[in-house]
Write a protein that binds this ligand. Structure first.
Ligand SMILES: NC(=O)c1ccc[n+]([C@@H]2O[C@H](COP(=O)([O-])OP(=O)(O)OC[C@H]3O[C@@H](n4cnc5c(N)ncnc54)[C@H](O)[C@@H]3O)[C@@H](O)[C@H]2O)c1
Length: 363
């Protein structure tokens, strides 16, 4: 079988994880091959093309879109560059994997989903935190019934993140769109449920050089009753020391701290610990692998643009709530179908990319 040709649009910070992830021998099982890079900035284009030995380089989207060897494009542009690049790529007949956040508004996300359907192309969103070793273990434990039905989730993510020059310093959409979107998506993924209401409060403290919100509190109620509370804090001198995730369920609880996950049973003393560590670039490769599988076999990947409307409904709802002070009630029809039965990557050290080198943790 001929490998699908992959082109990357955007050779900035996160391209390294995609390139390293895709390039590892076993990563795409020979089904995908990087054939071209594109960036409007010649310096980063040249740097990544040389480092990763990609011969074809384009400075303009139109040239990438016109290359017949490119079947799939990974879109790695800043979040405010979405529809204007994703829609022409779909119209040119390319399948697209777009980085998170899918968009800044639900409306923009819907426009891209509609364009994919109209052009009979697949569109997927790189919600790669679903494939992190800790998430894989949490999902395995929840899906196995080890703690019963999830009733509530409490997550605190607190770091000191003062960005250098670039879009993260100037965007109006910071902590929620750049980071909390991973956790909102993970709440959906772990519970298998969709949001019903969202309430959020945000502030820009002025402690950082970035303009957008750097402290955010979000409460989501899900359609089957789970309540999820999230604090996303970018200006905490605690620098991740206070980070925690607690999942309470009918038969037990899960606590994740760093790479350690502890399951607590209802009976006192019934507890078990698991270590969940893995290589970060492998999570990027897995998103691409799912998209290539879906192209080859038909159907949609679990991370489809349509699925991501559920995540976008939470992000969009959180921004609307923060702006108005209202509780936002979500429309069930804003949420797409989810495909099932897809194999998850193996966890931790067993993963084919566990030996691919040090993790590049960026968000
Ligand atoms: N999934 C993750 O874990 C993760 C981690 C980091 C970043 N991201 C996401 O990746 C995306 C990119 O982030 P980044 O930090 O790499 O940004 P960046 O600013 O470092 O790189 C973006 C690149 O896109 C190029 N670009 C912009 N518009 C273009 C256009 N129209 N044509 C050609 N090139 C264009 C820029 O020249 C730049 O080199 C963001 O959406 C971000 O949220 C995801």
């Amino acid at each position: 079988m001929t490998a699908y040709g992959i082109g990357l649009l955007g050779c900035g910070r996160i391209s390294e994880n995609h390139l390293r992830g895709y390039r590892h021998a076993a990563a795409l099982d020979g089904v995908g091959e990087i054939v071209a890079l594109c960036d409007a900035n010649p310096a980063v284009l040249e740097q990544q093309a040389t480092k990763h030995e990609v011969a074809t380089q384009y400075g303009r989207l139109e040239d990438l879109a016109a290359d017949p060897r490119v079947d799939v494009v990974t879109v790695l542009t800043p979040p405010d560059v979405r529809c204007q690049v994703v829609v022409p790529l779909l119209e040119a007949g390319k399948h697209v994997l777009v980085e998170k956040p899918f968009a800044h508004t639900l409306e923009e996300a819907r426009e891209m989903v509609d364009a994919a359907a109209a052009n009979h192309r697949l569109l997927a969103v790189n919600q790669n935190y679903r494939w992190r070793a800790d998430t894989l273990k949490l999902k395995e434990l929840i899906d196995s019934g080890a703690i019963g039905r999830v009733v509530g989730i409490h997550q605190l993510h607190a770091m000191w993140r003062d960005e250098g020059p670039g879009w993260r310093r100037t965007t109006d959409y910071l902590a929620l769109a750049v980071m909390a979107v991973h956790w909102l998506d993970r709440f959906r993924w772990l519970t298998g449920d969709e949001g019903a209401t969202v309430y959020a409060a945000t502030r820009s403290t002025g402690l950082l050089q970035s303009k957008g919100e750097d402290w955010a509190a979000v409460t989501v109620t899900f359609q089957h009753g789970t309540i999820a509370q999230l604090t996303e804090d970018w200006c905490s001198a605690s620098r991740h020391h206070a980070d925690s995730l607690l999942i309470d369920a009918t038969e037990g609880s899960l606590v994740a701290k760093g790479t350690t996950i502890t399951r607590y049973g209802r009976r006192q003393g019934d507890e078990q610990q698991y270590e969940a560590a893995g290589a970060f670039p492998s999570t990027f490769a897995h998103s691409m692998r799912l998209l290539l599988q879906a192209i080859a076999e038909g159907g949609e990947p679990s991370i489809s643009g349509r699925d991501n409307l559920g995540t976008m409904a939470l992000l969009d709802g959180a921004y609307r709530s923060a702006a108005t002070g209202d509780v936002i009630r979500l429309e069930p029809n804003g949420i797409g179908a989810r495909s099932n039965g897809e194999a998850l990557p193996p966890t931790g050290a067993q993963h084919p990319l566990a030996a691919a080198g040090g993790a590049h943790v960026a968000h």
